[in-house]
Design a protein around this ligand. Structure first.
Ligand code: HEC
Length: 149
């Protein structure tokens, strides 16, 4: 009789131990557990702060070029830079000439010359053919009012 009781007790302990183990195991490994959620939340916050940083950088650059129109930014700024002051290499040689604050007539004459192929400029000719004469006048007016260096 005693031996049977003892066996039942041991068996009971074993079952209890197993159940406790199982509970821990499931709590720690289950997907979507508390620990997982906390981790996900953390990476989410990281992503958001990264996006906020990018946004504020973008806003800063937008403030810098607030005087430039969308047309200028999309058509000319890639080469002549956001403020029209051109792009120079390490030695200070002109890569793309500055055009800011040049006289309206000069800018217009130049872009027409390029557009009509009177002055060969493989870089600008294809681009200028996508800009109407009307818009070129608007651009020339805008660029002539940019601040010079
Ligand atoms: C793909 C690059 C590129 C883009 C985009 C571009 N340009 Fe140019 N631009 C040049 C280069 C290169 C020269 C110099 C060409 C030369 O020396 O003959 C130049 C020269 C000029 C000049 C003459 C400057 C001078 O002092 O002689 C004017 C004005 C000008 N660009 C206006 C514009 C305008 C306005 C736009 C937008 C509609 C524009 N460019 C877009 C590359 C570009």
């Amino acid at each position: 009789m005693r031996a049977i009781r003892k066996a039942v007790k041991i068996f009971g302990f074993f079952i209890c131990g197993f159940i406790v183990f199982l509970m821990f195991y499931l709590a720690l490994t289950q997907k979507g557990s508390y620990y997982d959620d906390a981790k996900k939340e953390e990476t989410k916050t990281k992503q958001i702060s990264e996006e906020e940083r990018k946004l504020s950088e973008f806003q800063k650059s937008a403030i810098e070029v607030k005087s430039a129109s969308k047309l200028y930014i999309s058509k000319c700024s890639a080469c002549h830079s956001k403020n029209g002051r051109g792009i120079f290499d390490d030695k200070g040689d002109v890569v793309f000439p500055p055009i800011a604050a040049k006289p309206y007539e000069f800018i217009l004459q130049r872009v027409y010359d390029y557009k009509e192929g009177r002055v060969a400029n493989p870089l600008m000719i294809t681009l200028l053919q996508t800009v109407s004469d009307e818009n070129l006048k608007v651009l020339a007016d805008e660029i002539s009012k940019f601040e010079a260096q």
